[in-house]
Design a protein around this ligand. Structure first.
Ligand SMILES: [Zn+2]
Length: 396
């Protein structure tokens, strides 16, 4: 008998936003089952805030996919379906490749993360050298957590450059210029021994907020990564924006002044020459007459409300705020998340950005916008890489 498919049941005509909504709702049900154990469908509706019909549709699909089981029970005098998670032993790994660090994190399919490993690396390594070091980190993680190696089935990789989703190549190599000619997905898959998928780190910062964050993923979320480069990831109704070429979100190369310092992209007066962590550290080194000044000194100075650090962050934050005002006029975002290694500097870093953005954007563009610092500290990219691997594995 023909029955119209409704709610979150996917059809060939599903739009991107419908798929995103289904993923969001499925994640809510998984989170409820992970946190509270087996539940009746009525309880799942209560715990997730979803309608009984939506819960029923998603549970039916998950039973078909073998991810949950149901059994008939009597609860509160009524017959009901008790939903249980089918234990999934599969593990994914996230790998965050930075200019001078690598970080690895494991995640199970219920979004529990564990096993973080960190390594400082030289900035001039080629991909083969980088992924060989990563292989060593994976081996350590396996050993320390006594993991059955066969359970690690997918790797996601965050790279600090725009990357073409199909070819796995860096398409805008300003941060890793010597990587532009390599097929990173093939090299990493060969060395790490598992299928790998990679994406720009700022886009993955946005994906991390959606997958692991405590905030609702609906609406428009802009994640801003301020590091030695500055980029954004954009998520709209639970889906991260991806351009065909892989190039997007490179706000660091928006020109704010005709003159100004030369950027490594070749232009003058780019945002990155005014607000990157490199520029901020260099300014503080100049003020303190100490060439060994580091990012840690900036963070410590901000936490102690050092006047010079506050002034430097105010100037850089104001430059970033000008660009955020433009983004606000274009997107009218619901949430703007500021992340990257400067996030621990806290409000002294965030406030000048918000102040200038509100001053220069159309008032309505930011009227409903929430500005926050990322809740994951330095794990945005590596969690985003785990999320990318999970989405790839689970087809969500
Ligand atoms: Zn530039």
């Amino acid at each position: 008998m023909g029955r119209a498919k409704t709610g979150t049941t996917p059809t060939s005509k599903d739009t991107g936003s419908q798929r995103a909504l289904r993923t969001l709702n499925t994640n809510k049900i998984f989170d409820a089952l992970t946190r509270h154990g087996a539940q009746t469908q009525a309880n799942l509706a209560r715990l997730t805030g979803l309608s009984a019909g939506t819960v029923s549709n998603i549970v039916r699909e998950l039973v078909d996919e073998g991810r949950v089981t149901t059994e008939s029970v009597v609860a509160s005098g009524r017959r009901s379906a008790l939903v249980s998670l089918v234990p999934d032993p599969r593990i994914v790994l996230g790998l965050d490749v930075g200019r001078s660090h690598m970080r690895i994190l494991a995640s199970d399919t219920s979004h529990r993360t564990f096993g973080r490993q960190d390594l400082q690396v030289g900035a001039d390594l080629n991909p083969h050298e980088t992924f060989t070091l990563a292989r060593g980190m994976v081996d350590r993680l396996i050993q320390e957590h006594d993991i059955d190696e066969s359970k690690i089935v997918q790797v996601g990789i965050a790279v600090p450059a725009s990357a073409a989703p199909q070819s796995g190549r860096v398409v805008q190599g300003s941060v890793l210029p010597h990587w532009a000619s390599y097929d990173l997905a093939s090299i990493s898959a060969e060395i790490l021994g598992r299928p790998t998928v990679l994406e720009n780190d700022a886009s993955l910062g946005a994906l991390a907020q959606l997958t692991y964050g405590s905030r609702p993923a609906s609406g428009t979320v802009i994640y801003i990564k301020v590091a030695s480069g500055i980029g954004i990831g954009i998520a709209i109704n639970g889906t991260v924006y991806r351009s065909t070429s892989g190039l997007s979100g490179e706000i660091g190369h928006i020109q704010l002044f005709d003159g100004g310092d030369v950027c490594y992209c070749g232009n003058r007066g780019c945002l990155e020459t005014l607000a990157s962590s490199r520029r901020i550290v260099s300014d503080l080194a100049h003020v303190r007459r100490n060439p060994k000044t580091s990012l840690d000194d900036v963070i410590k100075g901000a936490q102690q409300h050092d006047p010079a650090v506050r002034r430097i962050l105010a100037e850089s934050g104001s430059a970033l705020g000008r660009v955020v005002a433009t983004l606000a006029n274009i997107f009218g975002p619901d949430v703007i998340v500021l992340g990257g290694p400067l996030a621990p500097a806290g409000q002294d870093f965030l406030d000048p950005v918000v102040h200038t953005a509100r001053q220069q954007a159309l008032p309505a563009a930011l009227a409903e916008t929430t500005f926050v610092l990322s809740e994951f500290g330095d794990e945005d990219e590596v969690r985003g890489a785990c999320a990318l691997a999970l989405h790839h594995l689970l087809g969500s």
